[in-house]
Ligand binder design. Structure first.
Ligand code: MEV
Length: 440
């Protein structure tokens, strides 16, 4: 396919399907068959999904699983998780069960501040701009009054607007650095609307500010946009227990196991190569809850990794120590989440996921999600410092491999039993299936 297409978005869904199958796939009919197989039988539900984005062809399924037995601040939760990686839900559930008998997860929200910025160019005297800002600040706030009215009624709104001089780093560049409280909403639309309102008023007022020269009057707005760096929208989750309660791991003493976990975390603290993978394991759990509840995992990913690098070097999001005879393991992570607005109220599965979580507030969802991240990291480290990751991973991946090889129901049953006692590498599964078929 070499020719571009004009007006693709205006084609009907059937035309889009035909065009893509014909121009970009080798087996036209099979492509259409598979794409259509993933349509929902309920046309209204399918239309809802079609309208989430532009140019929808079909749906892309992810499994939605449950990790039960999460004891968080003395309440049991069953956690919905949407993820494709085979061992993630099993690992979360296993870690939850482990900590259930050791006091569970203790969590607290450390802050809920969101940030947005108006980036602009001003060519002139900074002192005059500072004076202008003092005059214009109440007008900016008044200008967005209709947007913030409802949010303010509920206790949220604009918390601060600060002028920041960035001209030392980029010629003539200044910012309005603004903070917001968006309560149970993730708040992206609210924040962006406020910022665009601030930008509009800033420009307008500058044009008539008599102390400015003609050049100074001409403020150039570059953009107004929220920041996904939310270091003060922060949550902490912790588990702790007497070191003795950690016995039973492989052939390790309880203290040896505790020390190995602490050392594994210390390695992630000092080595960015390890830290990235360590944190990726945390995000396995966090993203799965975020997806299941209709939140924005890209926003949270960006903010979490920025936080991991906030002191100038990328490091672990979790921490561990042995204090006397107590083992402590905790996470601090920024999580800008919502339980109202966006997809949370539109996607039927997100609504059910939130119902399963007992309709949490945004702050409760932050705490639940942080606990899952911590559990996921504990599960990964526990495997890594004892058996290695592959044993559990390959066990969970076995069904995928068997499905890929076209194993029948009875073949799967027999081979799952066989691999309870054998290591399930890809080649071992291939030859075990061959052997089984040769016997039949
Ligand atoms: C795999 O998805 C995640 C792990 O690599 C995390 C880790 O190494 O800590 C197992």
């Amino acid at each position: 396919m070499t020719k571009p297409i004009e007006g693709f978005s205006k084609l009907s869904k059937a035309e889009k399907l035909n065009w893509i199958a014909e121009h970009y796939t080798s087996n036209n009919e099979q492509t259409l068959h598979i794409l259509k197989k993933y349509w929902n039988n309920d046309p209204q539900l399918q239309q809802l999904h079609d309208e989430f984005i532009e140019n929808t062809l079909t749906n892309f399924y992810l499994p939605l699983g449950i990790a039960p037995n999460f004891l968080i601040n003395d309440t049991f939760y069953a956690i919905p998780m949407a993820i494709e990686e085979s061992s993630v839900v099993a690992a979360a559930a296993k870690a939850a069960k482990f900590w259930q008998n050791r006091g569970g997860f203790k969590t607290r929200v450390l802050g809920t501040e969101k940030v947005g910025q108006v980036h602009f160019i001003y060519q002139g005297d900074t002192v005059k701009l500072t004076r202008f800002f003092t005059v214009v600040k109440p007008l900016l706030i008044a200008h967005v009054a209709p947007i913030v009215k409802n949010m303010e009624k509920r206790g949220g709104g604009v918390r601060s607007i600060e002028l920041r001089d960035k001209s030392g780093e980029l010629a003539n560049y200044y910012q309005l650095h603004c903070t917001f409280e968006t309560l149970d909403a993730m708040g992206a639309n609210f924040i962006n609307s406020c910022l665009e309102g601030f930008a509009e008023k800033l420009k307008e007022e500058a044009l008539t500010y008599t102390a400015f020269t003609e050049r100074e009057k001409n403020i150039e707005i570059v953009m107004g946009i929220l920041s996904n760096n939310t270091p003060n929208c922060l949550v902490r989750a912790e588990v702790s227990c007497p070191v003795d309660d950690l016995k039973g791991h492989h052939d390790l003493s309880a203290m040896d196991f505790a020390e190995k976990i602490v050392r594994a975390v210390s390695i992630a603290k000092i080595d960015p190569y390890r830290a990235v993978t360590h944190n990726k394991g945390i995000m396995n759990g966090i993203d799965a809850v975020i997806l299941a509840t209709g939140n924005d995992f890209r926003a949270v990913e960006a903010g979490a990794h920025a936080y991991a690098a906030k002191d100038g070097k990328y490091t672990s999001l979790t921490h561990a120590k042995i204090e006397g005879d107590i083992f402590k393991f905790w996470i601090e992570i920024p999580l800008a989440l919502g339980t109202v607005g966006g997809l949370t109220g539109i996607h039927p599965l997100a609504k059910i996921a939130l119902e399963i979580l007992q309709k949490p507030t945004a702050q409760e969802l932050m705490q639940i999600t942080a606990a899952v991240g911590l559990a996921q990291n504990f599960a990964a480290l526990r495997s890594l410092v004892t058996t290695g990751i592959q044993q559990g991973h390959m066990k969970m991946h076995l069904l995928n491999t068997l499905n890929q090889l076209g194993a029948t129901g009875s073949e799967k049953k027999e081979l799952i039993a066989y691999f309870k006692k054998h290591t399930a590498s890809h080649s071992a599964v291939v030859s075990a299936l061959e052997n089984l078929r040769n016997k039949q």
